[in-house]
Ligand binder design. Structure first.
Ligand code: HPA
Length: 285
């Protein structure tokens, strides 16, 4: 049933944009501006795509933007469906099912996240090397359609190693350039590898919860990405995940967390993020 629904949505998208899509980008909170980088953009509001849910959260435009960046044809999900909004997990990952039917090979998932380490400050970027799913649900629960993938998919390498390497290399090039230009000591690496822990939200965590997640091995916490990563990996797509650290998680400092601060930091980091994403896309072209 979901397979046919995904095919129907894919056919609709193809009727609006007929070039094969190689890469999918999902833009997280405060990072939506990257969609403006697309040349000859075709924009499709989610409300027009058959079987898509509609995004409701503030700061998420809720549309698919298709076109080219750095010579690669991409589909950008500007706004995603969060589990905390009340959607069923099937609806949250439905776009991934559609991108799979469109033949996309690579998906780049981005998000805003809270750091559980004092040394890993807002404004930095995290390359997701692995995740911990604390959402309490798998998007693969229920009947499995083997046209998507196997019943019991392996999760050893959800985040593609080669893509991680490319991201690190490109981030190092940006750092080298910056050092040369300013002739000052090496700035901190732009990207730090870490483990993303996904929670259902919408409330932020308590300090006690954050201490627990840190003990579990989390580097940062957030409310998205993992369902999409699991679904994309299930379908054999290669996944790259990057988090923008927008705040220190609860109890790491004595400041409270608010959504406006999260959005603001996301927007401030936008330029750095844009540069890195462009470089990664160029490498993948
Ligand atoms: N917790 C959960 N999700 C988040 C956070 C956080 O501190 N910051 C941004 N998304």
């Amino acid at each position: 049933m979901n397979y046919e629904k995904a095919l129907e949505a894919a056919e609709f998208i193809k009727s609006k944009y007929d070039k094969p899509i190689k890469i999918v980008l999902v833009l997280g909170s405060g990072l939506g501006a990257f969609a403006d980088e697309i040349e000859n953009a075709v924009k499709i509001p989610y409300s027009e795509i058959p079987n898509f849910a509609v995004s409701t959260v503030e700061g998420h435009a809720g549309q698919l933007v298709l076109g080219e960046i750095e010579g690669v044809s991409v589909a950008i999900q500007q706004g995603r469906f969060h589990y905390y909004e009340g959607y069923g997990i099937d609806q949250v990952v439905f776009p991934m099912r559609v991108f799979g039917r469109l033949g996309a090979e690579i998906v780049i998932l981005t998000n805003a996240a809270g750091s559980v380490l004092t040394s890993f400050k807002p404004g930095r970027l995290m390359l997701i090397r692995d995740h911990i799913n604390m959402m309490g649900v798998s998007p693969l629960r229920g009947e499995n359609d083997t046209r998507f993938g196997p019943r019991f998919p392996d999760m050893t390498d959800v985040y593609d190693r080669e893509l991680q390497q490319i991201a690190i290399e490109e981030s190092e090039k940006i750092r080298e350039k910056k050092t040369e230009k300013k002739r000052k000591k090496q700035p901190k690496p732009l990207l730090r590898r870490g483990v993303y822990c996904a929670l259902s939200g919408p409330n932020y965590e308590t300090p006690a919860e954050i201490r627990m997640y840190r003990m579990f091995g989390a580097t940062a916490v957030g409310m998205s990405t993992v369902p999409e990563a699991i679904t994309a990996h299930h379908q054999g797509m290669r996944v790259l995940g990057i988090s923008c650290i927008t705040n220190l998680a609860a109890g790491i400092t004595n400041q409270s967390i608010n959504h406006d601060e999260v959005m603001e930091t996301g927007e401030k980091v936008g330029k750095k993020f844009k540069k890195l994403l462009r470089r990664i896309l160029r490498r993948l072209a």
